[in-house]
Design a protein around this ligand. Structure first.
Ligand SMILES: C[S@@+](CC[C@H](N)C(=O)[O-])C[C@H]1O[C@@H](n2cnc3c(N)ncnc32)[C@H](O)[C@@H]1O
Length: 259
């Protein structure tokens, strides 16, 4: 083929192939090598009949609690991928409800299968986890303050390293401001990433957007944090010896000054 992969191509291929997300092929268009990802044909039909997948999330705004067996603390995971994290958290903590959101239905198809098999293995009904396909850029259209989100997880979001693409990051200030509208004062975002520049810039984004960093580490797996649940990307990066950055950012609303 006479083509040398650059670092970005290698990283993308490793992610896709090692996680078995998709079939990936390399094609050449106008002299440039592009990655083409083949769809999982079974994902959408399976999601269409899945009782814990919401196909019209905008209609649930303000009443997500109706999706779950019990009204209890409500968590979100943004960019959930194959659902490894949300499924394990929901199983381990039956006293919370969690909505896992991803933009890609193919990913959610795999997440659905993972949730079903994990809960079946443990003889548990799937009653405290829900999935939906949505672009987090517009999160305010599917969630409101009435939903009482009390914690948000962002695990290994795409780093978007080029300056012109940084605003697409799930931790970019315009999105952090939207998440703050959903959370109560003191509500937390738990953020993990392998990518140090993304981590350091996100710490600044949190500060700019009215959050206080209440915990941070550049080496989560050698820290004092207990009960960490590994995501699919976290497994892959740690196997390569890459340390995991983690922080907890809490919303801090300015207190009204008594007159
Ligand atoms: C690098 S993967 C991480 C997956 C998983 N959280 C993990 O830790 O293994 C990033 C995920 O975010 C999703 N994503 C990216 N941008 C998104 C957006 N704007 N809205 C919703 N999901 C998004 C992608 O589809 C992908 O599944």
């Amino acid at each position: 083929m006479g083509y040398k992969c650059n670092q970005t191509h290698l990283r993308l291929m490793l992610c896709a192939l090692e996680c078995n997300f998709f079939y990936v092929i390399l094609i050449k268009i106008k002299g440039k090598v592009k990655l083409r990802i083949r769809r999982k044909k079974w994902a959408r039909p399976e999601l269409a009949v899945c009782p814990f997948f919401e196909s019209e999330p905008e209609s649930c705004r303000g009443r997500w609690s109706e999706h779950f067996a019990k009204k209890q603390p409500f968590y979100l995971e943004l960019g959930c991928g194959k659902g490894t994290f949300a499924s394990q958290l929901a199983l381990r903590e039956p006293q919370i409800n969690i909505l896992a959101v991803d933009i890609k239905s193919d990913m959610l198809g795999t997440a659905r299968r993972n949730i079903v098999s994990l809960f079946e293995e443990n003889n548990r009904a799937v009653d405290n986890v829900a999935l939906t396909a949505y672009n987090v850029e517009n999160i305010e259209k599917i969630l409101s303050r009435e939903d009482e989100v009390c914690r948000i997880y962002i695990n290994f979001c795409n780093p978007w390293p080029k300056p012109k693409h940084k605003k697409r990051r799930l931790t970019y200030p315009n999105k952090l401001e939207k998440y703050a509208q959903l959370l109560p004062d003191g509500g937390e975002i738990h953020f993990k990433t392998d990518d140090l520049p993304l981590f350091e810039e996100s710490l600044e984004y949190f500060a700019q957007s009215g959050y206080e960093i209440v915990y941070k580490t550049n080496d989560l797996h050698n820290s004092d944090v207990k009960g960490n649940i590994l995501t699919e990307h976290e497994i892959m990066f740690s196997e390569q010896g890459i340390p995991i950055n983690f922080c907890i950012a809490a919303v801090r609303r300015p207190q009204a000054v008594p007159v």
